[in-house]
Design a protein around this ligand. Structure first.
Ligand code: ZN
Length: 77
């Protein structure tokens, strides 16, 4: 009885908010996404909306630029 309850919890599936694919919840380091790819794509979408056309590129800090570069780099994979 207890085992079946635990088993059910471990095998629980969630839906990836990015692609809608069912993915396992337990042991998924990218949750709520199904994969690292979906997680990064979601980050990329955020970066696009926020930084696609910076009003003043000079005002971006080097930290901002590093974040954008990292997001775009991962997106291209
Ligand atoms: Zn996904």
């Amino acid at each position: 009885m207890l085992e079946s309850v635990l088993g059910h919890t471990v095998m629980r599936k969630i839906k990836c908010p990015k692609c809608g694919k069912e993915t396992q919840f337990a042991g998924n380091e990218f949750r709520p996404f199904c994969s690292e790819r979906c997680k990064l794509l979601d980050l990329g979408a955020w970066a696009d909306g926020e930084y696609a056309v910076p009003a003043d590129p000079e005002s971006l800090s080097s930290e901002d630029l590093a974040q954008i570069e990292a997001a775009l780099e991962k997106k291209g994979e």
